[in-house]
Design a protein around this ligand. Structure first.
Ligand SMILES: [Zn+2]
Length: 123
C-alpha cells in the first residue's frame, strides 16, 4: 500500500538521500530492515526521549522501553500522536506499518497491534 498522506515534513527522495546515510535511507524510506541485535539502541536503557532520525520529532519516552530480547528496540507505548499505524495488506498478509506522523519515516512493521493502537489505524 502506498501512503499518500502529506506529512508536515516533506522532502524529495534526493533530499532524504542527502540527509540520511545509505543504511538509514533504506530502512526509513524503503522499508528495509535492520539486522537484529545490531542497532545502536537495542541495549540502550538510559533515561531520555527517542526521536525520529528523519525529522527529530519525539517518538518514545525511555520509560516505555523494555527488553523484548527480539533484537530490536521495543516500546510498550509511543508519545501521544507521534506515530501512525497504517494497515498494509500487500503480499497477502495483514501487517501494520508504523510511521512517524511528522515525516512519514517507517519505524516498524508489525503483524499484531494492541487495542489502543488499533484505534489509531489509518486504512
Ligand atoms: Zn519523523
Amino acid at each position: 500500500m502506498k501512503n499518500h498522506k502529506i506529512y508536515p515534513v516533506q522532502k524529495s527522495e534526493e533530499e532524504w538521500k542527502t540527509k540520511l546515510d545509505s543504511n538509514s535511507f533504506q530502512i526509513l524510506r524503503k522499508k528495509g530492515t535492520e539486522y537484529p541485535f545490531t542497532g545502536k539502541y537495542n541495549d540502550h536503557f538510559e533515561e531520555g526521549t527517542y526521536k525520529c532520525r528523519g525529522c527529530g520529532a519525539s517518538l518514545y519516552d525511555s520509560s516505555s522501553k523494555f527488553d523484548s530480547s527480539c533484537g530490536w528496540p521495543s516500546y510498550d507505548a509511543s508519545i501521544k500522536g507521534a506515530l501512525e499505524f497504517i494497515r498494509d495488506t500487500t503480499h497477502d498478509m495483514l501487517r501494520t506499518e508504523i510511521v512517524c506522523s511528522n515525516c512519514g519515516d517507517i519505524k516498524d512493521m508489525s503483524s499484531k497491534m494492541d487495542q489502543q493502537q488499533q484505534e489509531n489505524v489509518i486504512v
